[in-house]
Design a protein around this ligand. Sequence first.
Ligand code: MG
Length: 248
Amino acid sequence: MGIIIKSPNEINIMRQAGRIVATILAALKSEVRSGISTGMLDAIATRMFQEYGARASFNGYRGFPASICTSVNEEVVHGRPGGRVLQEGDLIAIDVGAIYNGFQGDAAITVGVGQISPEAESLIDTTRRSLEAGIAAAREGARLSDISAAIQLCAESNGFSPVRQYVGHGIGRQMHEKPEIPNFGPPGKGPILKRGMTLALEPMINAGGWATKVLPDRWTVVTADGSLSAHFEHTIAITNGAAEILTV
Ligand code: MG
């Protein structure tokens, strides 16, 4: 099965799912401070999912035990919320996925805790701008890997490394649909982007090398060299003009 094209009505439901994701992320961002645990952030998210009549996409996904993913400092993605208490200078990536009326929204942000290092500041800023560059490349008629190349160029021109083992993805009724969207690679390859495609773009950018490994908990992905990592993600729809961000 190829890339699934969504109808305007389906995209409208995805807008609603996306708005729930964005609302939860904004609330969590405002709670990030020294002294709060990742488990407390997860509890806030769990309550909000219930309030909005949505389900957390990640909860139970391949046995994942929480509503959101929280990945701190050298953790790249898939961190499990728990007793870890955030401290001044930490970076936390928060990934939220919602299922609403049968459709998915998926987005992530990275936030500094209090005062962070200039390198950490630059990494967060670059990762956010890499996502923006990817979204700008996601136009009807472009090729899929134009997105990948735009993300890679932004990350590497600032001295950072896009992760290669984990990728963005199509999204719709399923959290992970075709195609896979790497955060690196030459432009001009892969399928032509068509109106009605819905994609989750998610640069994961390391301050050091691109290599990662999975911790013995079998979930948490960390940088192989222990360097910091940041992650931003939006769910978008391809339109006849600029891509529409659904997770706002
Ligand atoms: Mg995703």
